[in-house]
Design a protein around this ligand. Sequence first.
Ligand code: UDP
Length: 456
Amino acid sequence: MEQDERGKGHRLFLMASPLQGHMTPLLHLADILFSKGFSITIVHTVFNSPNPSSYPHLDFHAIPDGLSQAEASTLDAVKLTDLLNARCRQPLKDFLAGERVPCFISDASLHFTQPVCHELKLPRLVLRTGSPSSTLVFASFPLLRQKGYLPVQESRLEEPVPDLPPLKVKDLPEFPSQDPEAFYKLVCRFVEEFKASSGIIWNTFEELESSALTKLHQDLSVPMYPIGPFHKHCLTGSTSSTTLLTPDKSCMSWLDTQERRSVVYVSFGSIAAISEAEFLEIAWGLANSNQPFLWVIRPGLIRGSEWLEPLPDGFLESLGGRGYIVKWAPQEQVLSHPAVGAFWTHNGWNSTLESICEGVPMICMPCFADQKVNAKYASDVWKIGVQLENKLERVEVERTIKKLMVADEGNEIRENALNLKEKASVCLRQGGSSYSFLDSLVSDILSLESSTFKAH
Ligand code: UDP
């Protein structure tokens, strides 16, 4: 097959947010553009910097982020992002001044990059790592506040939100930040900066979210490039793990010993935290479900604990090999393993999309921000998952796992998940939607180059 290397001889700068759920798709995007012939420089913060030796085909440049040791933490992701937006501005400007590149590609949350690019007369393309469906909700924040839906009030949780079906008030994004107003302001600001950009690159595919993409295109009036799922492109670059933590691959041989579609894979991503009481309800619910499970318990997942201290003595041993715990898993590989029958997820967008790509139905337990919207879409729009309703209690956990893994209801959901998996694969083939959007993205980047250099 003829290789499309139109990007040859052109360098692109991509700037990542240091959060795992943002870094992974940015590195995948870098690989995709590298496979189109572009030379790539990843611009990153000193905090949580990726390991360049894992990506020998990419170049890296660290921007001083000015974070103190206490500030360099993902415990409050909004506060961290606000600090980066304030402190990286001048260092980025110093770095970019005089560089000849067609455009700058940066994470949506790093909104400071838009005014920097404007000053330097450099077009900016945005990488939005969340879904268009949840971004549409973010774009509606001022209206939702004006109509009294935000901030969310306990007494209105079950009320439908008329402009955003099928969402109810309880599905609206909130963020547990020290400063409750900070999340609202961050979201409004990055959505505002979309309008000054040269386009938005999405890790999704058109068939999955066409109505949100159309609405956003109308509202923002910038080109949309839904070229996902990123991690499923056939790439010529790295195949190394893009995660900041080292995956424990021993779980793959444990999965090999389990029956087909029997295992519940449990992971709540890289930031979410739960209380000790919730942790114990999950543990007993899993134990009582009688299904085998692979559980990612990240150090820091349980508030106030280093790692597994709250787990009762002898808990795992009493299950006779039915449960397996790791600190971090090779998630994409796990989800594609035939033994995995369900994914109990917090519905971060990467996890949601990775599950869609493998046709694995979900048990949805969103924690904050866009996760609630993703969970609602998984359960009510795409019908590929069930929500853990009510309070997180062991009987509820057991009931939900059985609903998906054993009851008839689960068969329909599984079938929907397999159908969507097929669509996620077709869109990447020649003539498919993501394939065509990527083609336009490459052409548009190259034409930005000519207009940029004319402007200089
Ligand atoms: N992930 C992983 N191993 C784990 C847990 C998560 O590799 O044990 C990866 C997962 O594949 C996904 C990312 O970490 O790509 C988490 O991103 P997501 O958007 O789902 O959630 P966030 O961490 O941003 O809340």
